[in-house]
Design a protein around this ligand. Sequence first.
Ligand code: SAH
Ligand code: SF4
Ligand code: F3S
Length: 477
Amino acid sequence: MYDSNPTLEGIKTIDEAKQGNVLFKEHWQESSVPGGKKFYIESYGCQMNFSDSEIVASILNDVGYSPTRNVEESDLILINTCSIREKAEETVRKRLRFFESIKKQRPGTKVGVLGCMAERLKKQWLEEEKLVDLVVGPDAYRDLPNLIGGAEEGHRLINVLLSREETYADINPVRLESNGITAFISIMRGCDNMCSFCVVPFTRGRERSRDPFSILAEATGLFENGYREVTLLGQNVDSFKWENPETGERVNFANLLEMTALIHPNLRVRFSTSHPKDMTDDVLHVMAKYDNICKYIHLPVQSGNSRVLEMMNRTYDRPWYEDRIEAIRRILPDAAVSSDIITGFCSETEEEHRDTLNIVEWANFSMSYMFFYSERPGTLAARKYADDIPEEVKKRRLNEIIRLQNAVSLRHNQADIGKTFNVLIEGNSRKSDLDFCGRNTQNKMMVFPKKEGLKPGDYALVRVKDATSATLLGEIV
Ligand code: SAH
Ligand code: SF4
Ligand code: F3S
C-alpha cells in the first residue's frame, strides 16, 4: 500500500515556502543593469536540459549577467546541447557555425558549450572547435562564474566533472520563455539504468534525487506567483528516493506526488518520465486519489518485442509492459498513455517490428515520440551489437509506426468528441488570437473560442466538438 498520510513537514505554510523565493522573469528583467553584461542561451534536447538552462540563468544572474534574446548583442553565447541521437549533435554543430559568424562581428564574445555534448566530447571541443571558449558539463554549472572569469582573461576552460550529489536544490531557476502558467521542476538528475542504446547515463552520470522539501518549496512558490501546473521531471521518476538524514524518514515517488498534489487543488501536477520496470500501483493509486494529478502517463515502451527489449536492456519484457498498461486501465480507466519508440534497433526483424506496430495498436497510445535507432559511441549497444539495419529499412519501419500512431491518435481523440473536460487555459492558440489553448488532464491540447472574463491560468469546462490527430477543438460550456 502507498503511504496515504505523507507529511508536509518543513513546508508548513505557504509563507514559509515562499521564503524559498523562486526567482521569476520579472525579477531578472528588473535586475538587468544598464551597461551590464548579457548572455544568450539556446537549449536542445529533453525538458531536463531546458530546466538546466533556467538554473544556468539563475547562476549567471547572480554574477551580473542578464539574459537576452538577441544573440547579436550578447557578451556570452551558451548552447546547452543534447547527444541522444546523431541528428541532435549535428544540429548543434550547425548552430556553432552560425555563432562563429556572430563572433567575427563581436570578437570579445565568448562561446560556451554546455550539457550532454560537453560531457560526451569533453576536451575534444577545445581541440577541434576554435570558437569554443568554455566546455561545461551538466553537473558543473556552479563553476560557471569562475570559468567565465577565466574566459574573460583569455583562457579556454573546461569543467566536466560529474557529481553524485549535485541537484542544484538551492538554486531558484529563472523562468526563461515561460507562459507564467506551467513550469517544469527537476526532481532528480542522472540515470542508473543502462539501456543499451542510450547515452544519458554517460552524459548525466549517476542517478540522485533532490531534497523533496526544496521541490515542494519551488512548487509552492510557483503557485503563489500565479503558476497553475508543475511537471516533475526525471529520467526515471519512479525511482525517486530520498531519506531525511536527520529523521530517517523516507520519501518515494508516490509520496512526493501526493505531497505536491496537496499544495493546492488548483495546482495541477504532471510528471515525466515513468519507467515500465519501476512504475508501481502505488503511484497509480495516488493519481486516482487526487483530481489535480493529471491522468496522463508517459511510459516509453521502445519496442513491442521481448527479444529486442532484452537486447535494449530495458529489464522488462512485453508481458510485463502489458501488465503495467492493464494496471493503468484498472486503476485509472480514463488515463491516457503515451510512449517513446525506437525502430530498427540492432538485428530487429520484420516480425519483431510488427510486434511494435501491434503494441501501438493494443496499448492505444494517445501519442508517441518515434525515432529510428542512432548508434551512440560508447554505449553498450555500440560495443556489443552491430548496427546492422540499413538506414532505409529503419526509416521505412519508422514511417509505418508513425502512420499507425497517427491513426491511433486520431481514433483516441475522436473518442473524446461530445465529452467535456476541465482545461487549464495556457494562452492564445497559435493560429488565432480569438481562441484560447490549453490542455486537458490527458495532456491533449484543446483549442476553443475565448469567453469574456476568462484568462490564462483559469480553468474552463470545454466540450469537444471535433478532433484531429493532434488537437481537440471545442467550446466552453
Ligand atoms: N529516460 C527516458 C528516455 C530519455 S531519452 C526513458 O527511459 O524512457 C528519450 C528517448 O529517446 C528514449 O525514450 C528513446 O526512445 C530515444 N532514444 C534514446 N537513445 C536513442 C538512440 N540511440 N537512438 C534513437 N532513439 C533514442
Ligand atoms: Fe536512457 Fe534508459 Fe536511462 Fe531512459 S532509463 S535515460 S533510456 S538509460
Ligand atoms: Fe539529450 Fe542529454 Fe536530455 S542527451 S535527451 S539533453 S539528458
